[in-house]
Write a protein that binds this ligand. Structure first.
Ligand code: PGA
Length: 261
């Protein structure tokens, strides 16, 4: 795992955007895995700003897969993650909605939704770069504590804490759906490059547990330690509880230019 200690959330967004763009320049038909939530928004805004200035790569050939989706929202609800990713990233980049995918939360199809999503991802050749956030409790996508480290896409029940964390997008915690479909930890581990983004003091304990704690279902994000190519971008506040921070900074400063990203 590579821990990249950056100073500010803006710098995290710039480096996150650099990593995504570098892939899309090299592979215009890249398959991206996308996280929603607040943290990646600054990276997405940076990508959109560069695109609007004519500095970005060509986005027309990119295919995307969301990490997760709420179950039980009315179709087309603005907080559905498919609507969110289209609004916050893929529409402004001009990516055809037909190339933008999320788990299908329609009630009648729930028993097979996970399998169908796995098959859709596999049919593209798999996710090349997966953008990830981390929950304050260490969850990864909506894989809450105790999730199987080999899990596929499936239905999960949110914890009270996650529903409280996400209530800011809804009127109240009660309006946050109880169920979700989420890529499993096994699904996420199949992506070829994982880029986890964490900013702010609220994430410091979860980042420390994920990066320096034991690999454990009690901190699902700790599975990044098992992945051959995982990058963790943090600002100073999110890095504050890391014991080996000085070493990560030395490694990053001494990184050979050819090895960037
Ligand atoms: P956040 O969510 O980026 O909105 O903090 C992250 C997560 O829950 O994985």
């Amino acid at each position: 795992m590579e821990l990249v200690p950056l100073t500010s959330a803006d710098e995290v967004a710039r480096v996150g955007a650099d990593i995504v763009e570098e892939l899309v320049r090299r592979r215009p038909d890249a398959v991206l895995g996308l996280a929603t939530g607040s943290t990646p928004l600054a990276t997405y805004q940076e990508l959109i700003a560069r695109h609007q200035r004519g500095e970005g790569p060509a986005w027309g050939g990119v295919t995307t897969f969301n990490l997760d989706e709420y179950v039980g929202l009315p179709a087309g609800h603005e907080q559905s993650y498919l609507a969110t990713i289209r609004r916050e990233l893929t529409d402004p980049l001009g990516i055809d909605p037909a190339r933008v995918h999320g788990p299908d939360p329609a009630e009648a199809g729930l028993p097979t939704a996970g399998e169908r999503y796995e098959a859709a991802i596999a049919a593209t050749g798999g996710v090349a770069l997966q953008v990830l956030g981390i929950g304050t409790n260490g969850h990864l996508a909506f894989n809450e504590q105790g999730s199987s480290l080999g899990s596929p896409t499936r239905i999960k029940t949110l914890t009270e804490q996650t529903r409280r964390d996400n209530a800011r997008f809804f009127g109240s915690p009660d309006e946050v759906p109880m169920h979700v479909l989420t890529q499993g930890i096994g699904t996420i581990l199949r992506a070829r490059h994982l880029v986890l983004i964490a900013t702010g003091a609220g994430k410091a304990a979860a980042v420390a547990a994920a990066v320096e704690g034991p690999v454990s279902a009690s901190c699902p994000a700790s599975v990044l330690q098992l992945h051959p190519h995982a990058t963790v971008l943090v600002d100073a506040a999110a890095a504050a509880r890391l014991e080996r921070l000085d070493y990560y900074a030395e490694v990053y400063a001494a990184k050979p230019v050819w090895q960037r990203h």
